[in-house]
Design a binder for this molecule. Sequence first.
Ligand code: WT7
Length: 660
Amino acid sequence: MTSNESKAQATQDDAIEALMVEERRFPPPDNIASRANVKDPAIYEEALADREAYWAGEAGKLHWFKDWDKVLEWNPPFAKWFIGGELNVSYNCIDRHLDDRGDKVAFHWVGEPGDTRTLTFKDLYFEVCRFANALKHLGVRRGDRVAIYMGMIPELPIAMLACARIGAPHTVVFGGFSSDALADRINDTKAKVLITQDGANRRGQVFPLKDNADAAIESTPSVESVVVVERCNNEVTWVEGRDHRWTELVESQVAECPPEEMDAEDVLYILYTSGTTAKPKGIVHSTGGYLTQVASTHRMVFDIKDDDVYWCAADIGWVTGHSYIVYGPLANGCTGVIYEGTPDYPEKDRLWQIAEDYKVTILYTAPTAIRTFMRWGTEWPERHDLSSLRILGSVGEPINPEAWMWYRKHIGGDRCPIVDTWWQTETGAIMISPLPGITTTKPGSATFPLPGVVADVYDEQGESVHLGGGGYLVLKQPWPSMIRTIYGDQDRYVETYWSRYDKETYFAGDGCKRDEEGYFWLMGRIDDVMNVSGHRISTAEVESALVAHPSVAEAAVVGRNDEITGQAIAAFVTLRGGEHGDEALISELRDHVAEKIGKIAKPQSIVFTDDLPKTRSGKIMRRLLRDISEHRKLGDITTLANADIVDEISKLAAASPGED
Ligand code: WT7
């Protein structure tokens, strides 16, 4: 028996086995540690000793019109935070900065064609007030829902903040979604107004947002008015009386609009998770608790200073953009960058060009983007001066250790700490992450729960797994920015998140292991866990082992039904720039995985492909790859970003026989 096999045997009782071992360590660099916003590790103990006092302290950094009477009311699984307190999110994001930072830049905006716009906090104030009045003029009242279907233009955060100002919950629908997806979300929320654009710029083409909106509205009786931003000047059809040009609407509005004094528990927004099978879930977020935790985590995790230029390169249509482009950064009076287009337009160095132009100090992006940059090669970032960067962030998927190392070296110049932040649409804010001035990081680990957050890893029965073992991630105490319910479906809320163990334990749906030092290692969605000869193996670990081979840029593995072993591992591999895969490389990669994490994890088949099927938010669609591997009929692929690739992969998979 090899040592790996005996190790696998020894841990066979774990809900998920931990195979990968990582020895590299990166302590916080002195220049970051010495002036970090959080320097004293005692904060973890203090927050644990009195969580309510901790979160009350963070909430106190916001502006409240009326103080709360009680910090937390917890009737599992329903939490209310800062009960009786009143505040306004747009006031906190804009008005309270005007005296000290009115002329400070809130957003540097870069259009895909190269046009730019700068908005100071004062500019933002005027724009938001005017548009808030325009919404009122259209009959939107406190509590009414507003749907937003836009690309990454300044009017998008302006519209969100205007909704927040008048107390109308918004639901932002990602601008890449189809008219059907838009109609579903409008009908679920019964939105009164839809805000959209004529078209959105995407890789030199115009994506017809208004056409899609028109198609959607045919089946959404709740919509009374449509507001249209003219961005691309493409032809659109116009329904007089229903459709309104943004510019014409705001023209006649005064630039002053008193903020509604909202209850801490009032709904700030509803955001749908892009489920691939079931009906999308409308995740409901609150006002006071949500803003408290996004502002607090943004300040701590990214170590925000007054002179930082912070760039979260996500889309505002996802929760990452809600929390860490709009609400968290603005609440902290921080200067942000927003880019409209794709990273490869006109060339593959667009992001690095922007980072250089605006002297970006903090960059927050996703592993899928990082692996794409790896595939494109180092020459693109090398063309630019990225020395202004001081902190790098990652979110959305487990980051493979090799992608982490590449990010650190080629973007961060071996100098910037990386914060790998675990959270979900449902958690609202970052939950597990390093603090850059305190935490010694390990490539691929999100490290530890943040102060005030209590997480654990459970086995099937709900026992905490021993250090070194793997299982299911749970959150054990309520947190301020947590989901309040699923819009219109309380039962589904209870069933989905609070029923796997007991109603006080939030079930995240992610596999996780903790190493001997207690570091958390996220291992992907539990639906993706494979069962090979009774060994429960995470896709994330096998993928990371593949990505650790110098020829590999990206990998996806799935468990394919197998008569003998239950499931067999099927791998789909994208190679780094210019390389070609052949039989020799297949056997080399299989051996490489066996050597890295054990023979049990050796893929039975490997298919080389130019790209992998991903959701619009960049997550690999393993379910689809499983279907392909089992030569089944393909599932729904409307949420797929690169649908063409499915055809190509199916052909390749059909031609590639299993091995062994
Ligand atoms: C799921 C949530 C959080 C905003 C973007 C995604 C995965 C997220 C990490 C990370 C490993 C991660 C999990 C999670 N995920 N961040 N740092 N390491 N996995 O929001 O679409 O609600 O997805 O993304 O599987 O459950 P989302």
